[in-house]
Design a protein around this ligand. Structure first.
Ligand code: GDP
Length: 476
């Protein structure tokens, strides 16, 4: 914080001239509109005979979350995202899961799509995010929202591990989210589940029967086989995580999606993470505020409230929030409105900044300041051989101060998905004989992710090493 000379004088009951004169006596040349930092101002005030009391200023725009007393925590359902390679059956699996719980009479009513749904199994619930794929998952994480507790990785038994399977594994690992594998399409005559297990173990996912700790369930999304077992195994994984939340507090959670409805105005699907969201609550969601006019569950039925891990549609917002925005219930509407306005202003400023999370140029500075302990890299190359060579060489650069980790390595152009992963993990992208596509370039600019392109392996190694020792020539 800071204070102008004029304001300080006013608070001290003196004229600005008196304060300026005093400052000059201390060797500080100041003008009437000069900003003094709080520490300087406090010293000046004290010297000039005032009693200084420093109040902690709480930035209301952040709305820091209060930790909950462990006593108040209750079990909550796990939130699950389905990931995997295109055409391996993510959408089919989400459909099959949704239908396991639906009675014949309800079957007509499940066309409702709100971005997430809950299924019940043996009196317990599981929440599924209805947008398959790791892109949405990581886009949310890049915005600061960790929503998913468990990832279900779908691998087609006839096709095996494919590039997006590997991406999904790395995205889940980077987020620290446990993986349950669904080996899908086991009804196909050319299905080869053993080969899938073999391939997955090359990526550190070792099935339990081989002494590892990754649960792998054979399923057929189309024939609806193995679905219950997959759900039970998901609950078992959740049990080990002890997922809990306090239901008796003002709600807080994440916006899953939002759309403008002709008749109903802005409609947002939110996932409650803590507390209970009720009709009549005032809330802020990102830069948007509102008062909850109505809530609808995943079957389109009106509900009065939503508990932790429950997805609901919210009516009554002033405008459309963005997917990944945090929402929070606040006491009164006026405060909600103020916070939303402040955030809008912040958003505008951030758009100009696109603050670089980590750049090789100032890595050393950040290391010295103790801000980075880990240098995360995403490495894309033209052939598998060079990606592996780079991975090995770069990881060897790790020192006691900074660990170099390759959170994702792959063959092909740098994509938007790579950028999202880098943004979420504060990573730098290294391109070796490959370039970013247009979407990736735009996304990198927006998110402030650094992409560095090379044609010679030793140059990559040299530059990373130089950056880590503070000897990198700054880029012009
Ligand atoms: P996504 O791209 O991962 O969402 O995959 P989809 O769910 O769209 O499935 C891709 C194709 O695989 C579709 O033609 C599905 O009918 C088919 N498919 C999905 N699951 C199964 C399965 O268990 N068995 C068989 N035989 N086909 C499946």
């Amino acid at each position: 914080g800071s204070i102008t000379v004029q304001e300080l004088a006013k608070r001290l009951g003196k004229t600005a001239a008196e304060v300026i004169k005093f400052l000059m006596g201390q060797g500080i040349m100041a003008t009437i509109n000069q900003e003094l930092d709080i520490d300087t101002a406090a010293i000046v005030a004290q010297e000039m005979g005032a009693i200084v009391e420093v109040k902690e200023e709480k930035p209301i725009t952040l709305l820091e979350d209060q930790p909950d007393d462990p006593e108040t925590l209750r079990e909550r359902p796990p939130v699950v995202t389905v990931m995997g390679h295109v055409d391996h059956g993510k959408t089919s699996l989400l459909d099959a899961i949704r239908r396991t719980n639906v009675t014949a009479t309800e079957a007509g009513g499940i066309t409702q799509h709100i971005g997430a749904y809950q299924v019940k199994i043996k009196d317990r619930k599981i929440t599924f995010l209805d947008t398959p794929g790791h892109e949405a998952f990581t886009a949310m994480r890049a915005r600061g929202a960790q929503v998913t507790d468990i990832a279900i990785l779908v691998v087609a038994a006839d096709d095996g591990v494919m590039p997006q399977t590997v991406e999904a594994i790395n995205h889940a690992k980077a987020a620290g989210v446990p993986i349950v594998v669904a080996i899908n399409k086991i009804d196909r005559p050319d299905a080869n589940p053993e080969r899938v297990k073999q391939q997955l173990s090359e990526y550190g996912l070792i099935p339990e029967e081989w002494g590892g700790d990754t649960i792998m369930v054979p399923v057929s999304a189309v024939k609806k086989e193995g679905i219950n077992e997959l759900l039970e195994m998901t609950l078992l994984t959740a049990d080990m995580m002890e997922l809990k939340a306090n239901p008796d507090r003002p709600a807080r959670g994440v916006v899953i999606e939002a759309k403008l409805d002709k008749g109903r105005g802005p409609v947002a699907t939110v996932l409650v993470q803590k507390g209970t969201l009720k009709v009549g609550d005032n809330l802020v969601a990102g830069a948007v505020y509102g008062r909850v006019r109505a809530l609808f569950d995943d079957k389109g039925e009106r509900v009065k409230s939503a508990e932790p891990s429950m997805p609901v549609e919210v009516l009554g917002l002033s405008d459309l929030p963005q997917a990944g925005d945090i929402f929070q219930v606040v006491e009164d509407e006026k405060l909600a409105r103020q916070i939303a306005a402040l955030r809008q202003e912040e958003h505008r400023q951030e758009e100009f900044k696109a603050a670089a999370k980590t750049s090789l140029d100032d890595l050393f500075k950040q290391m010295e300041a103790g801000e980075v302990k880990e240098l995360n890299l995403v490495v894309k190359g033209d052939v598998q051989g060079s990606v592996e060579a780079l991975r090995a060489a770069l990881e060897q650069l790790s020192t006691n101060e900074v660990k170099v980790s390759i959170i994702h390595g792959g063959v092909g152009a740098i994509t938007e998905s790579d950028v999202m992963l880098a943004a979420a993990s504060k990573a730098i992208i290294i391109g070796f004989n490959v370039r970013p596509d247009a979407n990736a370039r735009r996304a990198a600019e927006e998110a402030g992710v650094e992409i560095r392109l090379y044609r010679v392996i030793y140059e990559v190694i040299d530059e990373v090493k130089a950056a880590m020792t503070g000897l990198l020539e700054p880029e012009k």
